[in-house]
Design a binder for this molecule. Structure first.
Ligand SMILES: Cc1cc2nc3c(=O)[nH]c(=O)nc-3n(C[C@H](O)[C@H](O)[C@H](O)COP(=O)(O)O)c2cc1C
Length: 293
């Protein structure tokens, strides 16, 4: 199915795009108006765009229903400061509650049971319960349109970052497994980032992988090896060669058993290579796959 965005109604555009462009991190924005009324609201049109200068952007959109603007945007136009509180799984239901359309001036810290604590450089308070808080000054507000659904980019420079010690390991390095982020997807869907669904993809920074285009034909056209398997194999810096010292019982068995049946042997070698790749044993997988000659 192919859509031309111009043929969709505003609510349909939002519906499809929010499901597809996901998961999105959540900016839990604390702002203040010039009378000192505090607002707290979540925004998942949010990301990091620069680390030096440190710049994040989030986007309170005009409501599709009636083309009104959000209190967060109104506050920022009066006081161009914001604290962005990072949302973790233990806060997600209370965070969602703050997105109710409470009347202007109603303090969502109170409505949702969060604890305000003073920020150090900006006026809006921080959410005590959040494990990471960014004190920001607003560099620019860029409206993207005038119709319902139009975003307003709030371009923020991060001045100070507060992190809970529980996010760090013993050597004061970030431990990604400890943060427990939540992210927003389409409709009512969220996802939780935890140790069970985190994984790592090794990427050498300074050296080039050989590329999938130069892999041997039988590997490249394998029905058993997936795109991820080929990606792992092609990330080595130079084409591996057979290592005569490589000694592996299972490889020897495959070669002996399927000696008279090269097609079956290829299948078994690919299956074994795949298993090694999934276990992170890339050089061993290469030796197995090269055994076919
Ligand atoms: C997790 C989550 C993410 C949201 N992301 C956005 C967003 O990126 N942009 C937006 O305009 N509204 C977003 N909303 C809706 C606003 O939070 C909601 O309209 C809120 O009432 C705005 O509050 P305010 O008028 O007090 O600023 C989101 C709601 C939730 C629960």
């Amino acid at each position: 199915m192919t859509f031309d965005l111009n043929d969709l109604k505003p609510a349909e555009k939002q519906y499809y795009l929010q499901h597809i462009i996901a998961p999105r991190p959540i900016c839990f924005a604390s702002t203040i108006d010039k009378e000192g009324n505090v607002n707290l609201s979540p925004f998942s049109f949010f990301n990091l765009f620069s680390s030096n200068p440190p710049v994040v952007i989030f986007s309170p959109a005009r409501r599709i229903r009636d083309n009104t603007t959000k209190h967060t945007l109104q506050n920022i136009l009066e006081v161009p400061e914001v604290v962005i509180n990072i949302v973790t799984y233990d806060m997600v239901q209370q965070t969602s509650l703050t997105s109710c359309e409470f009347p202007k001036g109603e303090n969502e810290f109170i409505k949702a049971g969060f604890t305000p604590i003073p920020a150090t450089l900006v006026k809006p308070p921080m959410v005590k319960e959040s494990k990471a808080k960014l004190e920001c000054k607003v560099l620019e507000v860029k409206p993207l349109g005038t119709e319902g659904g139009a975003g307003n980019l709030i371009i923020c420079e991060i001045l100070r970052l507060h992190m809970d010690d529980s996010l760090l390991d013993e050597s004061k390095k970030m431990d990604q497994r400890k943060i427990n982020h939540v992210a927003r997807l389409g409709g009512d869907w969220y996802c939780q980032v935890n140790e069970q669904n985190l994984f790592q993809v090794e990427k050498p920074n300074t050296q080039l992988g050989i590329g999938i285009d130069v892999l041997p034909e039988n590997i490249r056209s394998s029905n058993i090896l997936s795109g991820n398997d080929l990606g792992r194999l092609a990330n080595v810096q130079e084409m591996p060669v057979i290592d005569p010292a490589f000694d592996d019982d299972h490889l020897r068995q495959i070669i002996q058993y399927y000696n008279l049946n090269p097609d079956e042997m290829e299948k078994e070698l690919h299956l074994y290579g795949k298993k090694l790749l999934i276990g992170g044993k890339v050089s061993e997988a290469w030796q197995v796959l090269l055994a076919l000659g």
